[in-house]
Design a protein around this ligand. Structure first.
Ligand code: FAD
Ligand code: SF4
Length: 565
């Protein structure tokens, strides 16, 4: 069958629909000083930093009104939608809370030992010397959903309003100045009808708006179109699926693996690897990350993770243990060239994953997001003191910081890595050794959705769940704490009749079993098939946006309730 690209079947969605003028009457609008969209590391570091700066600015505090800073977060609580490795560089925590002893940080432990293995289907070969991008000494293993709760508590103590269970569904713009956001309606039925508990959304107007939406930013990407902010390369993503296990034997090191079960032939573009991090004496987390520019429509990160756990080396680490958490999320992997060409427009800035601030070769984004949030806070406070909504000083701060320097050094690393382990590994090492100087220049990338998909054989490798070591997608969704109403409106935009390669891509890729092809069409080998969507399973990982659809915002409070991912 001919290969076909998901981008040929664009979703029924127009980004312009999520940007517009305020619609509530002026006296009905909710006024806040600074509106921060997203209670992740970027948004919450920004909120905390603003409150610290306002301590010395009574005049500005007065001007910002009764709610100086509001964080708008769609999860049930801050942290509910956060998932990460999360092996964190400590620089941002040290800067944000210089007087807080490390014993009080929400972390499991400092990394003192690490190892990298190349896996074949039976063996685990230690890589020595270890590739420098995997060195983690002095970093801290945390859970970003716990970190989110911690930062949110600190922000609340300082006077920030955390508006959880609230989705920012529209960016308010007047005369090309961002004026805040509109929150989503609540209590609509499957067809969009108003149910008994219906509550309309509200315009939340602000002197400054910070978009810290993380990966696959709904308002952010619409703003990139509207304000012509796109970077040199398209955004692209990896998908990570993570589990937390209670284990019998404590893990004494941070482990990364490369190779199996990802296939090494460049034909499949299966780039990625696993992380296994200790979480204190009795827990560890294990995750598999893979680039979404792969070509086999039957490839599934969730199922590849299940297969990985059957490897003798990994199985031994989990022996006698119990899976206690599961989740999935995308990571922006476009790096330096996918960063927007400017980070500030009048009234608004973008920080963190939303602005592609992730160093994929080192799998680090948490500290960049927090530093960016803090720079945004400084620039906004300085500008608002002068009654200005020009926050361009933020661009300058990021430009001169380690964020941009680190991402620039690794600017071309992701590209060769999808061309197979051997070529990619050799090029990657040369780039690390020369700090990005060799071969230099700008290696162009393709949009994930433009990669043609074929019906391959990855799916044949996967194991049947045994419910002890390996698990099905639906049981996993249950463990994520997902409690989306079955009768909620569908928030996933796709074309519902597509070639089989595209439908199969979505079915296999989605870690939450949202998509299904009807059995009879599977059996009769139809070239074009229907795609049925069970949107209530969605854990909002964002992968569908990478592969030809569009994740939009469900009702605030829907989705997973992550506790320690
Ligand atoms: C599998 C995986 C492994 C990783 N491993 C590591 C690691 O080991 N170390 C490391 O440093 N980094 C790692 N990262 C990257 C790191 O997690 C991110 O870079 C970091 O979390 C980015 O922070 P953020 O605040 O920009 O976005 P996020 O953490 O994604 O937070 C964004 C928040 O905004 C909310 N939100 C989004 N849109 C809206 C809206 N419109 N309305 C209301 N709320 C909204 C979301 O619910 C979320 O809570 C990993 C990521 C993944 C997925
Ligand atoms: S439907 Fe939801 S869980 Fe599935 S791929 Fe799309 S965003 Fe991820």
């Amino acid at each position: 069958m001919p290969a076909v690209a998901p981008s040929e079947f664009p979703p029924p969605f127009d980004p312009a629909d999520v940007i517009g003028l305020p619609t509530d009457a002026e006296d009905e609008r909710i006024e806040v000083g600074i509106a921060i969209v997203g209670g992740g590391p970027a948004g919450l570091a920004c909120a905390n930093k603003i409150m610290q700066l306002l301590e010395d600015e009574p005049e500005l505090t007065e001007k910002l009104g009764e709610v100086p800073v509001a964080v708008i977060e769609k999860g049930k609580v801050a942290g509910a939608h956060l998932l990460s490795g999360a092996n964190m560089k400590p620089s941002a925590m040290e800067e944000l809370f210089p007087d807080l002893p490390k014993e009080e940080w929400p972390v499991f432990q400092e990394v003192t030992k690490d190892a990298v293995y190349l896996l074949t289907s039976k063996a685990a070969l230690p890589l020595k010397p270890m590739p420098p991008n995997f060195r983690n000494h002095g970093n801290y293993v945390t859970s970003v959903s716990k970190l989110g709760r911690f930062l949110s508590d600190k922000a609340e103590e300082a006077g920030v309003y955390i508006l959880s269970e609230t989705a920012a569904t529209k960016l308010l713009v007047e005369d090309r100045v961002v004026k805040g956001i509109r929150s989503g309606d609540r209590g609509r039925g499957k067809e969009g009808e108003e149910l008994g508990n219906f509550e309309p959304g509200s315009d939340v107007v602000a002197k400054a708006t910070v978009l810290a939406e993380g990966t696959v930013g709904h308002l952010t990407y619409a703003a990139y179109d509207y304000f012509d902010m796109h970077g040199a390369d398209p955004m692209r993503w990896e998908l990570g699926v993570k589990e937390v296990w209670e284990v019998q034997k404590p893990l004494d090191r941070v482990i990364h693996t490369m190779g199996w079960p990802l296939r090494k032939s460049p034909r499949y573009n299966e780039f990625g690897g696993s992380f296994i991090y200790p979480m204190g004496e009795d827990k560890l987390c294990i995750g598999l990350v893979a680039g979404l520019d792969y070509t086999d429509a039957t490839f599934s990160v969730h199922d590849a993770l299940q297969l990985l756990k059957t490897h003798p080396f990994i199985k031994d680490l989990l022996e006698g243990g119990k899976r206690v958490a599961w989740g999935a999320k995308t990571i922006p992997s476009g790096g330096y060239f996918a960063m927007p060409k400017r980070l500030a427009v009048p009234g608004m800035v973008v920080a963190g994953d939303a602005a592609s601030m992730v160093n994929v070769p080192t799998l680090k984004g948490v500290h960049y997001a927090m530093h960016a949030g803090m720079y945004a806070a400084e620039a906004i406070v300085e500008a608002l003191k002068q009654d200005s909504v020009n926050f361009e000083a933020y661009d300058e701060k990021v430009h001169n910081s380690a964020i941009e320097k680190d991402l620039y050094r690794s600017r071309n690393m992701r590209q060769p890595l999808s061309k197979g382990l051997i070529f990619g590994g050799a090029m990657g090492s040369a780039m690390v050794a020369t700090k990005g100087a060799f071969p230099g220049g700008h290696w162009k990338v393709e949009d994930d959705a433009e990669v043609p998909m074929e019906l391959g054989k990855a799916g044949d490798m996967y194991v049947k769940p045994d419910n002890e070591l390996t698990f099905a997608k639906l049981d996993s969704v249950f463990l994520s704490g997902n409690a989306t109403r079955d009768d909620a409106p569908n928030h996933v935009r796709i074309q519902s009749k597509v070639p089989r390669e595209i439908a199969q891509t979505w079915v296999s890729m989605c870690p939450a079993q949202v998509y299904e092809i009807p059995d009879e069409q599977l059996e009769n080998g139809a070239a074009e098939v229907d795609v049925h969507v069970t949107a209530s399973n969605c854990v909002q990982c964002g992968a569908i946006t990478a592969k030809g659809g569009r994740l939009t915002l469900p009702e605030g409070g829907d989705g997973p309730l992550y506790q320690e991912t």
